[in-house]
Design a protein around this ligand. Structure first.
Ligand code: PEP
Ligand code: MG
Length: 580
């Protein structure tokens, strides 16, 4: 029977296809009590599953390059763990004593081991808990005859349904075969959603329990525009969605007609529209839509892509590739912004209680100075090949900014000493993503060449909601008066100090907010490439005068609801329904 579920629209587009269910829900472990005579066969099942899991690891080892020493060592450790007598004896004993099925015992044994390890002060022991989890998952997969699906190589087109895909898993997707992604959890500005938009994949997240409602092979329609997923669609639904898909594609192609026109308001103000990218290859798309540059290159994705190493040479090549492709258009490269939902191995092992408030972004780089210096060297060396701007993420106050600036100076001196050429006048700026930075933006603007407002995090930290958590997604309100006031303050402070200010969060790609951003006085907006033509169309049809008037009314309002309603109505009057 046709059934529609509402989630959060994360990347626009319509996809009609068949489900590929990736991993079962984490709670789907069977639990039952055994009779005494079943104990021996249950212990035997465990032994067999351990042997099969070890066989899997052996196969992976054989497929690896011999020189990949770290990976071999990791797999070796996983094999040892599978046969660990302490763990196996404990499980055997509990099956016999507690008369619980093996999956149940295994899960409880592993959970208590992991808890003990995570409570220790010894970071080496704490790191072992993720290995234990990985090994036990492998055993459980065998016990349940669950096959791990490889998402990197698929033989037919599918709609991927998952409880939660990590950003690193998104990187491995076979993009030729995956038509759309839908997930139980997640928010609109989680990095999984941002990557889906970069890849042009329709996506709906925050569907709560979609994984419990579908099976591989089920027909499904994904509407990434409205955030709807229709299960078991009938003929009429399919027909309606085919029409909606054709309209969406037509609208997209019409927007390309204004590619060569400037982003100029009706009263003559030019706004610089730039694109956000995660990978060097995306510059093709950026040039196709004729963006004025790259306003945010999220360099951390070079570190997360495990197929590539991120040493100085390979980083240099990637930065150079982007700068050369963009020619005389400026490229703002953000230094490593890991942590939160973007993990690399050094951070993965930390198990922080509050990772979003923890050791991430610039805090991480100012401690891991070797890694940071390597990135700065690669950036400075690449600066000769185009118009580079460097930007630091998550700055919370002037101390961090000055510390980062002095590291740049040290790396410059080092390169000079080695007679390696670089551009001596690279503009250096920072992201305003933390409320304390917004409130001290006058102090930061004295030292910076530009500011860029990262609203994804600024909203997260000012309203105090996890941007990836669907339970609080309704509170993610870009029109919260607290946020509008903060952006207003940052723009005024930047202009008072004669420096430009940009906005590079997802808010910049939403047509509903464009006139308000113009009224706020932003010089530049950077967004996913796919949003840019539509935003340009809005800019070309409004004046700064009317946008300032709109902002004036909004600044008088008390709640985000009031501001939302007023702005929607304003947009409807000006553009009809298509303005939203
Ligand atoms: C932001 O926080 O708004 C931003 C652009 O950075 P990211 O989305 O990568 O955190
Ligand atoms: Mg951010």
């Amino acid at each position: 029977m046709v059934k529609t579920i509402k989630g959060i629209p994360a990347s626009p587009g319509i996809a009609i296809g068949k489900v590929l269910l990736y991993n079962e829900s984490p709670t789907a472990i069977p639990r039952f009590h055994l009779s005494r005579e079943d104990v021996a066969s249950e212990v035997e099942r465990l032994k067999r599953a351990v042997e099969r899991a070890a066989g899997d690891i052996q196969l992976i080892k054989e497929s690896l390059d011999k020189d990949a020493k770290d990976q071999h060592a990791l797999l070796e450790a996983h094999t040892l763990m599978l046969y660990d007598p302490c763990f196996n004896e404990l499980a055997h004993e509990r099956i016999g004593k507690e008369l619980k099925n093996v999956e149940w015992v295994l899960q409880e044994t592993v959970n208590s081991l992991v808890e003990q390890l995570e409570a220790t002060q010894d970071s080496y022991l704490r790191e072992r808990s993720s290995d234990i989890l990985d090994s036990s998952r492998r055993i459980i997969d065998h016990l349940l005859n669950r096959k791990r699906i490889s998402l990197g190589k698929l033989d037919q087109e599918v709609i991927l349904v998952a409880h939660n895909l990590l950003a690193t898993e998104m990187l491995q997707l076979d993009r030729r075969k995956i038509q759309a992604v839908i997930m139980d959890v997640g928010g609109k500005t989680s990095h999984t959603a941002i990557l889906a938009r970069s890849f042009g994949l329709p996506a709906v997240v925050g569907l709560k329990d979609v994984t419990g409602q579908v099976a591989t092979g089920d027909p499904v329609v994904v509407d990434g525009i409205e955030g709807l997923v229709t299960l078991d669609p009938d003929g009429e639904t399919l027909e309606n969605y085919r029409n909606k898909r054709a309209l969406f594609e037509k609208k997209e192609s019409q927007l390309y007609n204004i590619t060569d026109l400037p982003a100029e308001t009706t009263d003559g103000k030019l706004i610089r529209l730039k694109a956000n990218i995660e990978f060097p290859a995306e510059t093709d798309q950026v040039l196709n839509i004729n963006a004025e540059g790259v306003g945010l290159f999220r360099s951390e994705f070079l570190f997360m892509d495990q197929r590539e190493s991120a040493d100085e040479e390979s980083q240099y090549r990637s930065y150079r590739q982007v700068l050369e492709a963009m020619g005389d258009r400026p490229v703002t490269i953000r230094t490593l912004d890991v942590g939160g939902d973007k993990l690399i191995s050094e951070i993965e092992s930390q198990h922080e209680a509050n990772p979003l408030l923890g050791w991430r972004a610039i805090r991480f780089c100012l401690e891991k100075t070797n890694l940071f210096r390597t990135q700065l060297r690669a950036l400075l060396r690449a600066s000769r090949h185009g118009r580079l701007q460097i930007m630091f993420p998550m700055i919370s106050g002037i101390e961090e900014f000055e510390e980062a600036l002095s590291l740049v100076e040290e790396v410059k001196a080092e390169l000079k000493g080695e007679e390696i050429p670089f551009d001596a006048n690279i503009p250096i700026g920072l992201m305003i993503e933390v409320p304390s930075a917004a409130m001290t933006s006058d102090i930061l603007a004295e030292r910076a060449d530009f500011l860029s407002i990262g609203t994804n995090d600024l909203i997260q930290y000012s309203i105090a909601i996890d941007r990836g958590n669907e339970k609080v997604a309704h509170m993610y309100q870009p029109l919260h008066p607290g946020l509008i006031r903060m952006i207003h303050l940052v723009v005024q402070n930047a202009h008072r100090h004669g420096i430009p200010v940009s906005l590079c969060g997802e808010m910049g790609g939403e047509p509903l907010y464009t006139p308000i951003l113009l009224g706020l006085g932003l010089d530049e907006i950077s967004m996913s490439a796919y949003s840019l033509p539509e935003i340009k169309k809005i800019i070309r049809s409004v004046s700064i005068a009317e946008s300032e008037e709109l902002l004036g009314s909004i600044l008088e309002m008390r709640s985000y609801k009031e501001i939302n309603d007023y702005t929607r109505l304003w947009m409807e009057k000006r553009f009809g329904n298509s303005g939203q």
